[in-house]
Design a protein around this ligand. Structure first.
Ligand SMILES: [Zn+2]
Length: 311
């Protein structure tokens, strides 16, 4: 995740680099560091000596947040602290930024005799390992890991047993896709083929399916994606018809005539190739822009999860 030179400067080089995150033990505290969308998420496992400690810790963190501009958020759980840090624009400032935010917190925890263990139950007696759960990283004891695993399994069964109403959902997806299609035509008028409008079409179609179909299940995602492709086909045809109409209206053509006869017009003007070429480019851009949301929606619709030990 970091160049070795940077890694050794972050928290005394105590955290190991596992390509997608850092984790390890720093001054007796279990710490994980994930990077996502311009932010670092640092999680520290803590175990307070008593409840009063937590109240003073929260006010300390609030104060810390005021003094550290790059500290976007500081949240406490019963046995963990999550610090959200804005990534510095220059790579070489990364260690300074992270250290200047995390070190005072660790010093505070040490001076108030906090200990560190499982980030769920606080246990310091059991073996603690780092686990990757749905892409996030957590130090856990075996009991808590098993509990989380069981609850993920239960929620997967619940999600899979929920069924949506297909027809109502598809109507919703159709209505949603109209928003994206309108945006497509608008951007096309400005002279661009818009992958982003394609992605909006996919997102709005899935949202529409969820609202009217009651739940976005696997068939809902597939149905929404098919509707997205159809909506883009018609949006592209509308856009081209609009262009042709502008050229032909003075010769007595109506928009409906142009739309119906577009195939003939394209043949006569030798534009069949460019028409389908643009459609294909539009589809490719749409897939590029929306793949992530579609894959995420698909994963959520099946309730799939991943849990594995980091080593
Ligand atoms: Zn535990």
């Amino acid at each position: 995740m970091f160049k070795e030179k940077l890694r050794t400067q972050i928290l005394g080089g105590c955290l190991q680099d596992y390509k997608n995150h850092l984790s390890g033990l720093y001054k007796g505290f279990y710490i994980t560091l994930d990077g996502l969308q311009g932010q670092y998420l640092v999680k520290i496992s803590i175990n307070p000596a008593n409840d009063a400690d937590m109240a003073t810790l929260i006010s300390f963190l609030d104060n810390h947040k005021l003094n550290q501009k790059k500290l976007i958020n500081a949240v406490t759980g019963s046995h963990s602290i999550s610090l959200t840090i804005k990534m510095p624009s220059l790579g070489k400032n990364i260690p300074d930024t992270i250290n200047s935010i995390v070190d005072p917190v660790i010093d505070y925890l040490i001076s108030y005799t906090f200990t560190s263990g499982c980030s769920e139950c606080g246990s310091t007696m059991d073996q603690i390992d780092c686990f990757e759960i749905n892409g996030g990283h957590y130090f856990l004891c075996n009991t808590c890991k098993d509990k989380i695993h069981a609850s993920l399994q239960t929620s997967q069964q619940e999600i899979r047993s929920k069924k949506s109403s297909l027809v109502a959902g598809l109507v919703g997806a159709f209505l949603g896709s109209l928003i994206g299609a309108a945006l497509w035509i608008l951007i096309y008028k400005l002279g661009y083929i818009a992958g982003i409008a394609g992605a909006v079409t996919a997102i709005c179609a899935m949202k529409g399916y969820t609202i009217l179909g009651g739940h976005l299940d696997k068939k809902g995602v597939i149905g929404s994606v098919i509707i997205m492709f159809i909506a883009i086909f018609f949006a592209n045809k509308m856009s081209w018809s609009w262009d042709a109409y502008s050229a032909l209206k003075d010769y007595g053509w109506t928009f409906t005539d142009v739309y119906k006869e577009l195939g003939y017009i394209l043949e006569e003007t030798d534009l069949v190739g460019s028409y389908y070429g643009e459609l294909v480019i539009g589809y490719i851009l749409t897939i590029a822009c929306s793949a992530r949301s579609i894959i995420n929606a698909f994963r959520q619709s099946t309730g799939s999860y991943s849990i594995k030990k980091v080593n």
